[in-house]
Design a protein around this ligand. Structure first.
Ligand code: 4AD
Ligand code: MG
Length: 458
C-alpha cells in the first residue's frame, strides 16, 4: 500500500497500484452507477480526482460523502482519460472518516467573500485561496531564513516579554499576573510577577542590536504586538516582523540589504510557490505578475524626505491628510510616491528627528536622522529602519529629550560605552510583504488567526 500526499501522487512519474489517499472531499459528482470525487489534502492547490464505481467496498456510504467530509480512498493511480489532469485514482474501496452535513457545512459554494471567510477563520484554509495564502506564507518563512543563512547571518530569538518600549510610541500590551481588584500602580507593580511593568514587545530591535554588536550579522523573526487602536486594512495587533541588524553597516548598506532581501523573497516565491501564486495572478490582480517582475527589474528609488514632501506638494492631488515638512507620511502619500510617481519601490530617507524614534542616528544637520522607510505599490510602508545612534552622549540626550527614563535603557546604552560601532538594521512586516506579493488588500486575510481591536475569536 502506497500512502502519499495528493501533491506527490499528482507529480508521480508512473502509475502506481494499490495506493491510499487521505483528505477532504471538495466536490462530488454523482452518476447513476458511479461517481467522481475531487480530493484535497492541503499539500497543494490541486485536487486528485477519484472515480468510484457502484459496488466497490464502502460505496453504500456515498450519499454521506459530501463536500467537506474526510475520507480514505484505496485503489490504483492510473493515467486519467479526462482533460486537465494526468493522474486519477480508480477506487476499489472508500472509507468515510468524518461527515460534513451539507445542510450546515459552511463551505458549499465555489467562492465565498473574504469577509464571510474571516468569520470562519478555522475553516478558511480549506478553500483554494486561503490554502494558497498559507502555503505561500510557509514558503516565504523559509525564504527569509535561507536569505540570511546564505549571507552568514545568525538567527537570534529575542524575547517576547519586555520591560522597554522600543518604538517609544506607548502602544504596548501589558503583561501582568495582578488579579482583578489589584491595582496597577508603582506600589502594586512591586508585587507583580516581574516586580516591575512588563509588556509584549513591539520590536526585537533593541535586543537584537546587542547581538549585532557581538555576532556581527544577525536577525530576528518573530511575533510583535501593538496596541494601536487603528482599524485599518494594514494594521494588526499581532504581526510578524523580520529584523536584521548589521555591525559596521551604514544607512547605504542597510538599503542595499533591504533591496536584495525583498527581491530575493519575490524570486524565491516565483520559483517555489508558482502554482499557488497563479491563483492570485488569475483571480485577485491580473497585473500582479507584471508588478512583481517590475520590482525585480527595477533599482529602488532613494529619495530624501524633504524631496518627497516637495513632490507631494507639487502633485496637484487632493489628499485627505495634509502634506508638510515635519509631518509623517500617510498611506495615501506613500502610495502616490511609489505607485504613481516613481512606479517602483522607493526608499524615503533622512526624516526629521521629531517624527522618528529615539534610537536613530542623528545626521550632521542636527535636524534629521538616518532613517529609511521602504514604500511599495499596493501597500505603502513595507519596511522601517535606520542607522542607529552609536554615540553615547547623543543617544542619552535623545532619550532624555523624549522624557524617557535613561535607567531603563542602561544595557542598551552600554553598547555605546564599550566598543561602540556604527550599525544599522530594519524591520520588514511579514504580513505586509504577503499582501504585496499576493495582491490581497486586507492584513486579516494573510495571517492565520488575525488579532485586531475588539476581535479575539479563535
Ligand atoms: O516601522 P516600524 O515600527 O519599525 C520598527 O519596529 C523598528 N524597530 C524596526 C527595526 O528597525 N528593526 O515597523 C516595521 C515594519 C513596518 O514597516 C510595517 O511593515 C510593519 O513593521 N508594521 C506592521 N504590520 C502590521 N501591523 C502593524 N500594526 C504594524 N506596525 C508595523
Ligand atoms: Mg515605521
Amino acid at each position: 500500500m502506497v500512502y502519499k500526499s495528493v501533491k506527490e501522487f499528482l507529480n508521480s512519474e508512473s502509475s502506481i497500484n494499490s495506493i491510499v489517499v487521505k483528505g477532504w472531499v471538495r466536490t462530488k459528482r454523482d452518476n447513476k452507477h458511479f461517481c467522481f470525487l475531487e480530493i484535497n489534502d492541503g499539500s497543494c492547490i490541486k485536487n486528485l480526482q477519484v472515480v468510484a464505481d457502484e459496488g466497490i467496498e464502502g460505496y453504500e456510504n456515498i450519499k454521506n460523502i459530501n463536500t467537506g467530509a474526510s475520507v480514505n480512498i484505496y485503489g490504483d493511480l492510473i493515467e486519467s482519460l479526462g482533460k486537465g489532469q494526468k493522474w486519477e485514482v480508480k477506487a476499489n474501496k472508500i472509507v468515510l472518516i468524518g461527515e460534513a452535513d451539507p445542510e450546515v457545512y459552511p463551505l458549499q459554494k465555489k467562492r465565498h467573500s473574504d469577509e464571510f471567510l474571516r468569520q470562519i477563520a478555522h475553516l478558511r484554509p480549506r478553500t483554494n485561496k486561503y490554502g494558497a495564502i498559507f502555503r505561500i506564507r510557509s514558503e516565504a518563512s523559509f525564504a527569509v531564513h535561507n536569505f540570511f543563512r546564505e549571507r552568514g547571518f545568525y538567527y537570534i530569538h529575542t524575547p517576547i516579554i519586555t520591560g522597554s518600549d522600543c518604538e517609544g510610541a506607548g502602544e504596548m500590551f501589558r503583561v501582568t499576573t495582578l488579579k482583578e481588584g489589584e491595582k496597577i500602580t508603582p506600589e502594586g507593580l512591586k508585587d507583580d510577577f516581574f516586580g516591575k511593568a512588563a509588556y509584549l514587545t513591539v520590536s526585537g530591535q533593541l535586543n537584537v542590536e546587542n547581538f549585532a554588536c557581538s555576532l556581527g550579522k544577525v536577525y530576528t523573526f518573530g511575533p510583535t504586538f501593538r496596541a494601536e487602536n487603528s482599524n485599518t486594512p494594514k494594521h494588526a495587533s499581532e504581526f510578524w516582523m523580520i529584523e536584521p541588524e548589521v555591525a559596521f553597516a551604514t544607512l547605504k548598506e542597510n538599503m542595499e540589504l533591504a533591496e536584495d532581501f525583498v527581491k530575493y523573497l519575490i524570486s524565491y516565491l516565483l520559483k517555489y510557490s508558482r502554482e499557488d501564486l497563479e491563483l492570485f495572478f488569475n483571480f485577485v490582480d491580473k497585473g500582479l505578475e507584471g508588478k512583481l517582475n517590475n520590482v525585480l527589474d527595477s533599482s529602488f528609488e532613494r529619495l530624501e524626505y524633504r524631496d518627497a514632501i516637495k513632490i507631494l506638494e507639487k502633485s496637484g492631488k487632493k489628499f485627505e491628510f495634509e502634506v508638510g515638512y515635519g509631518k509623517d507620511l500617510q498611506t495615501e502619500h506613500e502610495r502616490y510616491l511609489t505607485e504613481e510617481y516613481f512606479k517602483k519601490p522607493v526608499f524615503v530617507i533622512n526624516y526629521p528627528k521629531t517624527i522618528k524614534p529615539f534610537y536613530m542616528y542623528q545626521n550632521d544637520d542636527k535636524k534629521t536622522v538616518a532613517a529609511m522607510d521602504l514604500l511599495v505599490p499596493g501597500v505603502g510602508e513595507l519596511i522601517g529602519g535606520s542607522q542607529r545612534e552609536d554615540r553615547l552622549d547623543l543617544l542619552k540626550k535623545a532619550i532624555n529629550d523624549l522624557g524617557m527614563n535613561e535607567e531603563d535603557y542602561w544595557w542598551y546604552l552600554e553598547l555605546r560605552k564599550y566598543g561602540t560601532v556604527p550599525h544599522s538594521g530594519f524591520g520588514l512586516g511579514f504580513e505586509r510583504f504577503l499582501m504585496f506579493v499576493t495582491g490581497v488588500s486586507n492584513i486579516r486575510d494573510v495571517i492565520p488567526f488575525p488579532r485586531t481591536p475588539k476581535n479575539l475569536e479563535f
